[in-house]
Design a protein around this ligand. Structure first.
Ligand SMILES: NC(=O)c1ccc[n+]([C@@H]2O[C@H](COP(=O)([O-])OP(=O)(O)OC[C@H]3O[C@@H](n4cnc5c(N)ncnc54)[C@H](O)[C@@H]3O)[C@@H](O)[C@H]2O)c1
Ligand SMILES: N[C@H](CO)Cc1c[nH]c[nH+]1
Ligand SMILES: [Zn+2]
Length: 441
């Protein structure tokens, strides 16, 4: 049996407790050094560098500049290759995602009469070009394709392109192509990691540059986004998956263990904690893990054992429910699952989680794939200030103001007084007697 990292929070020093908040991506300085030459090469050499890195890192030996962009024939092949049942499932998921994101989309414009004759509001317009990163290292992700594409299409972004690593056969994952087409994205480039971020930022002979890049990825992707943030908007920080399963005394610890393994299996760089004040839940979860591992693939067992062996995962035994809430809010997880027969009783206490899934029938899996909300979420405590990827992330907001002749005098007087105080003579003149000459009243 593998060792599980069990921490009794009341016995930890402040430093040891702070260490539990760490994620593998917290310190990406080592990756910054590795991605710097990749970024430079893509900027200087364009397609040639994308081909070289695709061969080196993705082992796509046959990749050439001519095959960097997915062709119509490759889309057709993908539809022929993917099981019809899976195609229907992708349609099902896209339908739910679309329903959620259409509801979430802001009105194109709103205006309020702030005072008589003075109107102001917001106007939302789509960002002109956005790159969607879909990972493909430790798995393939048609789900991420849907999660990034659907809100972008709802926002009506005119130029959308997916970047995803090629497999050694030089192809893009077939279900990813099906999901892209069904969601409404036509351009897919075979590029992953830091080189994809650099290509989106600078453009190459084949790749059109974009103003923004969204989507999760490995620390190479995260590091490149950080490095190029003055060149391309890197969107919300979405790194290795992480979760907290919070269980109260009303649930079976075996179920908590089953759900703890969901995000723990992504990779050794993931983070996953079971947080509970119930010793019984801890004992049941620990006892159940081996039988759950027996039902998983060898690779996923290795990943989840690496995570739950610590230091970035395991079981945290708290002294009280309040202690659990405090830990969760301090940790600010990407995914939080409240395992309780009365989940809404706890919800009001949770302030810092990017996604809160309620009760035993809402495991993280359902929201990862097809419930409707977006599963691209801020990691590494980003949930303290960021929310999930949304339609607004694909739109820019402008303020709109409109003052009528009736509303003008009052606003002008007040604005002039402030302009004079701040020492701006032109500002003041523009709302003083000089303007009256032109307005003619
Ligand atoms: N937050 C979310 O919404 C979400 C969703 C899905 C996955 N994820 C996370 O995204 C990550 C996906 O990572 P991944 O590795 O599976 O796929 P990835 O596509 O992000 O990374 C693979 C790419 O990294 C590059 N790379 C690999 N080794 C390299 C090296 N030695 N030097 C330079 N570049 C190298 C290669 O270009 C490769 O194509 C995981 O950490 C997973 O937990 C997050
Ligand atoms: N857990 C990921 C977001 O953190 C989403 C995902 C896709 N596939 C499996 N899981
Ligand atoms: Zn997942």
């Amino acid at each position: 049996m593998s060792d599980v990292n069990i921490q009794t929070l009341s016995q930890l020093s402040p430093d040891d407790r702070a260490a539990l908040m760490r994620r593998s991506e917290t310190d990406i300085s080592g990756f910054l050094d590795k991605v710097a030459p990749i970024v430079d090469a893509v900027r200087d050499e364009g397609d040639a560098a994308l081909v070289r890195f695709g061969r080196e890192f993705d082992r796509a030996e046959g990749l050439t500049a001519d095959t960097l962009k997915v062709t119509e024939a490759e889309f057709d092949d993908a539809f022929a290759l993917v099981e019809p049942e899976l195609i229907e499932t992708i349609r099902f998921a896209i339908g739910n995602l679309r329903s959620f994101h259409e509801e979430q989309a802001p009105e194109p414009m709103w205006m309020k009469e702030i005072r008589p004759g003075a109107f102001a509001g917001d106007r939302f317009t789509p960002i002109r070009s956005v790159a969607l990163y879909v990972p493909r290292g430790k798995g393939s992700f048609p789900s991420v394709t849907m999660m990034t594409s659907v809100p972008a299409v709802v926002a009506k972004v005119p130029k959308l392109a997916i970047f995803t690593p090629p497999a050694p056969d030089g192809k893009v994952d077939a279900a990813t192509l099906v999901a892209a087409r069904l969601a409404g994205v036509e351009t897919v480039y075979k590029a992953g990691g830091a080189q994809a971020v650099a290509a989106a930022a600078f453009g190459t002979e084949t790749v059109q540059p974009a103003l923004k890049i969204v989507g999760p990825g490995s620390p190479f992707v995260v590091a490149a986004k950080r490095m190029l943030s003055d060149r391309i908007d890197p969107g919300l920080p979405a790194g290795p998956s992480e979760s907290i399963i919070f269980a109260d005394e009303s649930v079976d610890g075996g179920l908590a263990a089953l759900d703890l393994l969901i995000e723990a299996e992504h990779g050794p760089d993931s983070s996953a904690w079971l947080v509970t004040h119930s010793q019984r839940v801890v004992d049941e979860a620990t006892a159940a893990l081996p039988s759950h591992w027996a039902e998983m693939s060898e690779q996923r067992v290795a990943f989840s054992q690496a995570v739950l062996g610590g230091p970035a995962g395991g079981i945290a035994l708290t002294q009280s429910i309040q202690d659990s809430y405090d830990f969760i809010n301090e940790y600010a997880p990407e995914h939080l699952q409240i395992l309780s027969q009365e989940p809404f009783e706890h919800l009001g206490e949770i302030t810092e989680a990017a996604e809160v899934l309620m009760g035993p029938h809402t495991p993280i899996t359902i929201a990862n794939f097809c419930l409707g909300p977006n599963a691209v979420l801020p990691t590494s405590r980003g949930a303290r200030t960021w929310g999930p990827l949304s339609v607004s992330d694909f739109m820019r907001r402008s303020s709109v103001g409109y003052v009528t002749a009736k509303g003008y005098p009052d606003l002008a007087d007040n604005a002039r007084r402030l302009a004079e105080y701040e020492g701006f003579s032109s500002h003041a003149n523009a709302v003083g007697p000089m303007r009256q000459r032109y307005l003619g009243n």
